[in-house]
Design a protein around this ligand. Structure first.
Ligand code: C2E
Ligand code: MG
Ligand code: MG
Length: 368
């Protein structure tokens, strides 16, 4: 009887959105039985098919709730299946997820972040902090990396590691990224030296056709010479090997803007990425510095990447330098530039000016 009540309620689509479907399965003995069916559905749905000679690719995500553990009423089961579905979608298309306890809270939190992000720009809740990159030969700050901070009204300062992925999934990164570019270029014009400013670009920003125009506008509005701007991208951008992306990169570089490969060594680290585009700079991920003292192979990799940079004509930067030992090690290998807490954490725009002014004075060059 329970089944038939559920069946009739589900048939009336009380719970479902326009592109959603429900399956009420009996005779499921263990989670793996449901998983096998979900697997078949997502696999079948993601097989491209053709309509009028056009290849059409769609996908499906599945959320699973099991009775009686995840609920014994239609309302409970559907609500929990929906939470599981939400998670499946967040993990990428064409996948399934079981309901888990605590999901409710996690998703609530995510929804709040998402809603907050939509308002954050208008509410002026973003600010940029800057972290120096120090040229070892020059013995001065050659560049400052702009890092985004979000001061949430209730939750306090939220780390970019938490909100950038959500901004990317929702597409909000396009607007936010535009603000970052403008603000960073404008701020760099107030610096007393000609140190460059580095801005992180998300892969999603490249999917927007106006990225090039956005960069040009930020440069023109601020009057910042293109040679003082560096754009940091990650390996994931080159994963798709898309022609428009490479074209955009080449156009930006033709302006005089420098292009850096960020966090090198964390993704697929295919050497072909270094061949696919003439990067100006390789930033070696800080995970290698962390392991430097404990693992000999980290030093071997750092050495190899610096060597590669030298032969390809790309400058190298070691990220996450926290100790004198790490500094000595990368210096010995011929690294060009270093960044990390040993020199300075990210600081606000005011402190940057003080730092650069101090540096401009003779003899007082080391930042601390
Ligand atoms: P990233 O671009 O690799 O930035 C460096 C991160 O390492 C920063 O974290 C910085 O505070 C941290 N860091 C620097 N030196 C050290 C060190 O010596 N030790 C340790 N443990 N950490 C160090 P943050 O500011 O939390 O940023 C995290 C990531 O968020 C950035 O990684 C970047 O991928 C992303 N991000 C930040 N701002 C933006 C932005 O405006 N746009 C985009 N698309 N991504 C951004
Ligand atoms: Mg970066
Ligand atoms: Mg990095």
């Amino acid at each position: 009887r329970v089944y038939s009540v559920m069946e009739s309620r589900l048939a009336r689509s009380e719970y479902l959105g326009g592109d959603e479907f429900s399956l009420l399965l009996r005779g499921i003995e263990k989670p793996a039985d449901a998983a096998a069916i979900a697997e078949r559905i997502t696999r079948t749905m993601s097989t491209p098919f053709s309509i009028d000679g056009h290849q059409i690719a769609i996908g499906a995500s599945v959320g699973i709730a099991m009775a009686p553990d995840d609920g014994t009423t239609t309302d409970q089961l559907m609500k929990n299946a929906d939470l599981a579905l939400y998670r499946a979608k967040a993990e990428g298309r064409s996948t399934f997820h079981f309901f888990e306890r605590g999901m409710d809270e996690a998703i609530q939190h995510r929804r709040q972040i998402e809603a907050g992000l939509r308002l954050a720009l208008a509410r002026n809740e973003f600010r940029l902090v800057y972290q120096p990159l120090v040229g070892l030969k020059e013995d001065r700050i050659t560049c400052l990396e702009a890092l985004l901070r979000w001061d949430h009204a209730e939750k306090g300062t939220i780390s970019p590691a938490e909100f950038i992925p959500i901004a990317e999934e929702t597409g909000l990164i396009v607007q936010i990224g535009e603000w970052v570019l403008r603000e960073a270029c404008r701020t760099a014009m107030t610096w007393p030296t000609d140190a460059r400013v580095a801005v992180n670009l998300s892969t999603v920003q490249f999917k927007n056709k106006k990225l090039y125009e956005t960069v040009v506008a930020a440069l023109q509005e601020s009057g910042l010479p293109p040679t003082r701007l560096e754009l940091e991208i990650t390996e994931s951008l080159l994963l798709a090997e898309s022609e428009p992306t490479l074209q955009t990169l080449h156009k930006l570089r033709a302006l005089g803007v420098r292009i850096s490969m960020d966090d090198f060594g964390t993704g697929y680290s295919s050497l072909s990425y270094l061949r696919s585009f003439p990067f100006d700079k390789i930033k070696i991920d800080r995970s290698f510095m962390r392991d430097l003292e404990r693992k000999g192979d980290s030093l071997a990799i750092i050495k190899a990447v610096i060597g590669l940079g030298h032969s390809l004509g790309m400058s190298t930067t070691a990220e996450g330098i926290e100790t004198e030992e790490q500094l000595a090690a990368v210096r010995e290998q011929g690294c060009n530039e270093v960044q990390g807490f040993l020199f300075s954490p990210p600081v606000d725009a005011r402190a940057v000016i003080d730092m650069l002014k101090k540096e401009a004075q003779p003899k007082l060059r080391r930042v601390s």
